[in-house]
Design a protein around this ligand. Structure first.
Ligand SMILES: NC(=O)c1ccc[n+]([C@@H]2O[C@H](COP(=O)([O-])OP(=O)(O)OC[C@H]3O[C@@H](n4cnc5c(N)ncnc54)[C@H](O)[C@@H]3O)[C@@H](O)[C@H]2O)c1
Length: 238
């Protein structure tokens, strides 16, 4: 498969390795200083583009992929306020867009576990739920896209929670999210249910970025000949 990489930072470099390991070809690498290459024949020859850049650049990059009719695997987080706009552009333009707040298989298993636990907890009102997420100091968004997905999945499944908020703005019907930025941590998410008598917690700890990169390349293989607005629930059937 011919792959274009958009964003050549920590994730772009990790994805490049996985792309090569899985026998695909990188035909174009676009970063902040060569965005003119969106107009190049090399970029236009890609079967799929994998985009991990910044919240400020992602939307424009998706638009350029749609204009070139190149399916996009979108990894950048922190742009979800534009989700409806991107979805409409994808569907109306008959394009292909795959988004996951987290591409790692382990995190997606964790998402399923989180939803299951939240459903059980409807019967046990003595437990309050909170979340902690820890990432490296370079991360631009807080809470993480993964933390937002976890919180939204709890809201969907646990009737007594209506929203999430950063810890300091917390209301009883909110899930408090405590965000920590330290060192070079790839990503830790922990959901904690506390009662007066005990604590139940589930935790995902990413050891490296390779799990995210592998998931993104598997998603690229999956969307090559598909159309529409897709996500991990289309790829992974638990
Ligand atoms: N969905 C997931 O599974 C997942 C996993 C890890 C990281 N992320 C997200 O991916 C994004 C990138 O993460 P990272 O750790 O590689 O960050 P990074 O800062 O290491 O890399 C970002 C790159 O984007 C480049 N860039 C800036 N403007 C650009 C533009 N207009 N066009 C193309 N490239 C541009 C920067 O120069 C940089 O090289 C972040 O939003 C992060 O939260 C998502």
């Amino acid at each position: 498969m011919r792959i274009a990489l958009i964003g050549y930072g920590k994730m772009g470099h990790q994805i490049e390795q996985v792309v090569i390991e899985r026998g695909h070809e990188i035909v174009s690498i676009i970063d902040v200083n060569n965005t003119i290459d969106f107009d190049s024949p090399a970029f236009k020859s890609a079967d799929v583009a994998i985009e991990f850049s910044t919240p400020a650049s992602a939307i424009e990059n998706y638009r350029k992929c749609f204009a070139a009719h190149i399916p996009v695997v979108a990894g950048t987080t922190g742009w979800l306020e534009h989700l409806d706009e991107v979805k409409t552009a994808c569907i109306d333009g008959k394009q292909t867009f795959f988004y996951a707040s987290n591409y790692s298989l382990g995190v997606n298993i964790f998402f399923a576990l989180n939803e299951y636990l939240a459903r059980i907890m409807n019967k046990y009102p003595d437990y309050n739920v909170k979340m902690e997420e820890i990432h490296h100091i370079h991360k631009l968004d807080a809470p993480s896209g993964t933390a937002i997905t976890l919180a939204e999945d709890i809201v969907k499944n646990l009737d007594r929670k209506k929203n999430w908020s950063l810890e300091k703005e917390n209301k009883a019907s909110d899930i408090a999210i405590h965000c920590i930025r330290e060192g070079e941590v790839p990503g830790i998410h922990e959901i904690v249910y506390e009662s007066e008598v005990d604590t139940i917690s589930i935790k995902h700890d990413a050891i490296s970025r390779k799990g995210f990169a592998l998931g993104a390349v598997v998603a690229a293989e999956f969307i090559k000949d598909k159309r529409g607005f897709l996500g991990m629930s289309d790829l992974l059937k638990f």
